[in-house]
Write a protein that binds this ligand. Structure first.
Ligand code: ZN
Ligand code: ZN
Length: 301
């Protein structure tokens, strides 16, 4: 006898049973149009799915942010979010760290030695201390009081710190982006004119050009967006237009600003001719060929 239910399902095109996030849909579309990016797309699909599983459980932080506090922080160029204010659930974070390491290794972005190091960190009771060091090493670099202080993480070699930092950055994303949602709503964010993030102190690692032709930087740690001078390098603050090289993809969708003083570059999504908003998890993958082009010209990220 036929099972009509099964037959009926079999007749439909293959679809995931749960609704997918916009990022996942955009990533799949990217893979269809650019098969050469398949490996990077697959890795980001897994990260996006991992975030989706945990996102609903991450509470909004209770941040004390009166207008006065926001003004003072903007005047002092001091990031707002203290590590203690991040609503971390240690069980979830441990899982996020281990799963991030699994995903990176599966896609060849982490070698065995680095994988073991990160897995040990995920098991270890000192995870919270390690993630605190990672967070503060950037956020407090902008606080005058911490000059000369040496975080415990300084014992790591630069290469180890870079690996741990990469994994921490991905694993902490659900918490930090939730905190960024709170500040993103505030109109006082318009007073923040600095090249580093007003929430966590992170560097921008992407940008978006708005329909009004403003450039908004996007924090590489928490994804906060803030307005910044369209042609000033956020890494060294070189504002000499003749020393900024800018080039775009043939379709005009993405742009690179490369600085001829510090030799670093920043990629941007051009929202003036876009059918969707910027999505850092998608657009960083879509612009991998631009990274190659920028590096070929002698710039670094
Ligand atoms: Zn940030
Ligand atoms: Zn520069």
């Amino acid at each position: 006898m036929y099972d009509f239910r099964v037959t009926d399902q079999g007749g439909r095109p293959a679809r995931p049973t749960r609704s997918e996030s916009r990022e996942a849909i955009a990533l799949r579309a990217l893979k269809d149009s650019h098969p050469e990016l398949a490996e990077a797309v697959e890795m980001h699909l897994e990260l996006v799915e991992m975030y989706r599983r945990v996102q609903g459980r991450v509470p909004l932080p209770s941040l004390e942010i009166s207008s006065d506090i926001l003004k003072r922080h903007a005047a002092e160029a001091r990031p707002l979010l203290r590590f203690e204010d991040i609503p971390i659930d240690l069980t979830d974070l441990r899982l996020l760290v281990r799963q991030t390491a699994d995903i990176l290794r599966r896609h060849g972005a982490l070698d065995d030695r680095d994988y073991q190091r990160v897995q040990a960190l995920g098991r270890d009771m000192t995870l919270l201390a390690a993630v605190g060091d990672w967070y503060r090493s950037v956020s407090e670099a902008h606080a005058i009081a911490s000059v000369g202080a040496s975080p415990a993480g300084a014992a790591l070699t630069d290469a180890d710190a870079a690996v741990v930092g990469q994994v921490m950055g991905l694993a902490m994303r659900p918490y930090l982006s939730r905190c960024a949602e709170v500040l993103q709503q505030r109109e006082e964010l318009g007073q923040w004119m600095h090249p580093h993030c007003g929430l966590c102190g992170g560097e921008p690692d992407f940008a978006v050009i708005t329909p009004a032709a403003e450039r908004h930087l996007i924090c590489g740690r928490c994804t906060l967006r803030w307005k910044y001078e369209p042609l000033t390098c956020p890494y060294c603050q070189n504002a000499e237009r003749t020393r900024i090289t800018s080039f775009a993809t043939p379709d005009g969708q993405y742009r690179v600003y490369a600085c001829d003083v510090c030799r670093r570059y920043l990629k941007a999504y051009d929202g003036r001719r876009a059918s969707r908003p910027v999505m850092p998890m998608v657009d960083t993958v879509a612009t991998l060929p631009l990274d190659a082009a920028a590096m070929q010209r002698g710039y670094s990220s």
